[in-house]
Each structure stands twice: as C-alpha cells, then as structure tokens.
Design a protein around this ligand. Sequence first.
Ligand code: GLU
Length: 307
Amino acid sequence: MPVIGRFAPSPSGRMHLGNVLCALLAWLSARQQNGEYLLRIEDLDAMRCPRSYAELIMDDLRWLGLDWDGEVLYQSDRSVIYAKYEQILREKGLLYPCFCSRAALHAASAPHLSDGRVVYAGTCRDLTTAQIEEKRRTRAPAVRVRVPGEKVAFTDRVFGAYCEDLTEMCGDFIIRRSDGVFAYQLAVVVDDALSGVNEVVRGVDLLSSTPRQIWLYRQFGFTPPDFCHIPLLCDYDGRRLSKRDADLDLGRLRQHFCPEQVVGALAYAAGLTDRPEPVAAQELIADFSWKRIPQEELHLPQVLQIK
Ligand code: GLU
C-alpha cells in the first residue's frame, strides 16, 4: 500500500522550529517510501487562524524545499463533514451535552493526572431530559463522547508500546465546543481517514491524544494509521521551544539563514546527520530512517543562534 503522510499545522502564528522539524520528518518518511505528502491547515478555530498565516506556512514550506501533493485542505471548510461523523456517534448513543464551565472543569477538586491533564469527572453524563432543558436556557452546551472503560494500545514507531485506559486517563472527551467549533480530536480522525493518510508524524505532545483518536477510528469503522511521534525539540539552553521564542520562528530565521542551514541544523538535532552542516531536504531522503530518531529530547545546535 502506498504511504500517505501529511503535515497538519495549526496556523495560529508563524511556524517555529518544532513545526519545521515535524514537517521535515513527515516529508522525509513519505518521500523515502515514494509516498504522498498532504498538507492540511488545522484552522478549526477560524478566529485564531487567519488565512494569511496559512499562506505564510505554505511559503515557508516551499522555502524549505518541502513540496506537497494535491489540494490543501482547510478544516474551517469542513464542518458539514464533521457534523456527519458527529451524527454517527449520536446515533450510537455515545454523545451528551456538557454544561460544565471551564472553571468547574479545572477546579482543584477535579481529578488531575501527574502531567496536569484533567480527567472529566462525568458531571453531565447522566443528566435527565428535564435537567438538560433547564440548563440549556442559560448556557450553550459542549458535546462530549462517552468513553468505555477500555484500554487502547498501539505501537508508536519512535516511542514503542503505549497503552491508555480511556476512563482513567481522560474520561469522556469533547468533540464539539460550546461555541459550535468541532474539536481537534474528531476533526483529525475524520480528515486523516477520509484523505487515506496511513502515516501520522507529529510531536510527542500529542502521544496521549492518540488512544482517543484510535478509539474514534474504530467507532467509525476506519483503520488507524501508523503513528510516529517525535521527541520535543529544546533550544540552545535545553529549554522547550515555545511559540514565544520569536528568534526560533521562521520569519526571523529566514532573515539570517538559508534553507539548507535550517534543515541541516534540524537534521543534526534529530540524529540524521553527524554534523550540523547545511544540507538540502532532498539530500536527506535516501538515508532517512526512523531508527535514527531517539526518544530523548532533541537539542538545537548553536549554529542557528542569531547573534
Ligand atoms: N495541528 C496540530 C498542531 O499543529 C497537529 C495535529 C496532528 O498532527 O495531529 O500541533
């Protein structure tokens, strides 16, 4: 089966080096297997994601030498499709309205996991029809999906075996926000499945979303893709990269470096080359291997530091 990979950025700002690393590794893997590489703009929250940012992402990808296949998909155009899949879950009796405020969800009394994640306590799970009608008068509900006490396991190509009990680790989760915007968890599954994506490459911060997504794949009768989560990228001082580090976004980096310098530094950080020397993305295809990508945090070499 031909490989279909993708890059699915959220255009809430300029791409930073963590996004670029993800785009690069997904592209290398797809291209090395003579596969396709799709581009999807995850702009579900259209207010936070103006089209101008998406244009900049495409310009940055071209500058880096990362080409994509076919039409670019915009999630903001696809709510009718997501609604169809929401309806499938509704017909299975899996959905219910949730009126909990953000403050109530994050209250100290709510169950928190050691990594800070909040497990939904199930407050609105068993509301009666009368209670729902009453609450609807004052507040628009979000839509949650009822998860079973089921362990979902998969093998990540970088991080190996991973297993999560959905009830213990996340609880019922949101598939549509109270403002009507569909949630990432639903949209990503529907879009990847309908586009035929069979290889998902993304940051390890999304590893813990994967069991929920695999469970949704099964609800819709789709086959889940292979997952390759990539370790976090740290800056020169060993700190996690964040969107606040303007020096690490491409707008700034493009004023100081050529694409080969950026690609060369990232390839070195990811263990693909022995030295942080300039290299074109195309030149990395032949030797690319997931076996080279470590699980530990990756460190940016000094060569990209703006003096
Ligand atoms: N849009 C997400 C992000 O930019 C990535 C989602 C995914 O790759 O599944 O972090």
